[in-house]
Design a protein. Structure first.
Length: 210
């Protein structure tokens, strides 16, 4: 373009705003963005608090080990536990050793089997040993159901008012666990489970071989 050419006039075209101002849609969009930003901050803060609150628990668990003394015929389990405590305490890598007493066992089983449990009338080790060899089990939502899951015993579990999503037994991978729920008048109730449903679930259950 030569110096004699006239100047080119470019019209001043208004630039559209990314978020419209002073409109109903613009104000609504701003409110949505503010809400989403608040929720994102809330989730991030919750994650930070959760990580902080569980860090001590994870640290304690990572430094702990549980030793199981399996009962067998003719053995004095209490004596073997005491011997194991002495051996573990003598190790320089072990800070403290705590043996789980009968009272501690009763307390841990109370949520499933009720308070005031008399273990002399309920041989838990024998029950666990039996479940470890059983082909399968039909039971209700209780301690034996969780014990069966722990030793890989396939089972059919009948649920009443408790939520299976929270309280169903989880155990060794590969051991099938079928959950049945019933209702009476729209209310969760174990008595609403049909007998035929239990029979069919047992028939379809992949039992342990041998």
């Amino acid at each position: 373009m030569s110096e004699d050419d006239d100047d080119v006039v470019v019209p001043n075209t208004p630039v559209a705003a990314l978020i419209p101002h002073d409109t109903v849609s613009g104000r609504a969009l701003m409110a949505v963005i503010a809400i989403l930003t608040f929720l994102a901050c809330l989730c991030a803060g919750g994650g930070v608090l959760l990580a902080a609150s569980t860090s001590a628990w994870r640290s304690d668990v990572s430094r702990e080990i549980t030793i199981q003394v399996r009962p067998h015929a003719g053995a004095d389990t209490d004596a073997e536990v005491n011997k194991l405590v002495m051996i573990a305490s003598a190790s320089p890598a072990v800070a403290t050793v705590n043996a789980m007493s009968r009272a501690d066992t009763e307390k841990s089983l109370a949520p499933w089997l009720g308070a005031g449990l008399d273990l002399s009338q309920l041989p838990i080790p024998r029950l666990v040993a039996l479940l470890a060899q059983a082909a399968g089990l039909v039971t209700v939502d209780s301690g034996p159901a969780h014990a069966a899951a722990a030793v890989g015993c396939p089972q059919v579990v009948l649920f009443g008012k408790a939520l299976p999503s929270l309280y169903r037994p989880w155990g060794i991978a590969g051991a099938e666990s079928k959950v049945l729920c019933g209702q009476i008048d729209g209310v969760p109730d174990m008595l609403g489970i049909r007998t035929q449903d239990v029979i069919d679930a047992w028939a379809d259950l992949k039992l342990r071989e041998g």
